[in-house]
Design a protein around this ligand. Structure first.
Ligand SMILES: [Zn+2]
Length: 60
């Protein structure tokens, strides 16, 4: 892969320049996003997973 100064958006896969990326913490890692839209969706997905985990714990 040629990723010397480019990364791919964690959400949509589009390449973007390092340093201009939007980031979301997924697990313990910072994942780069290409735009505020991908950042918002990705953070919603992460937040949703956390909520689901809490819900499962609460129900059992
Ligand atoms: Zn993207």
């Amino acid at each position: 892969m040629n990723n010397s100064d480019h990364q791919c958006c964690c959400h949509c896969g589009q390449p973007h320049k390092q340093g201009s990326a939007y980031c979301v913490i997924i697990g313990d890692k910072e994942q780069a996003m290409c735009c505020p839209g991908c950042q918002a969706v990705a953070s919603l997905i992460v937040h949703g997973n956390e909520v689901n985990k809490d819900e499962k714990r609460g129900r059992k």
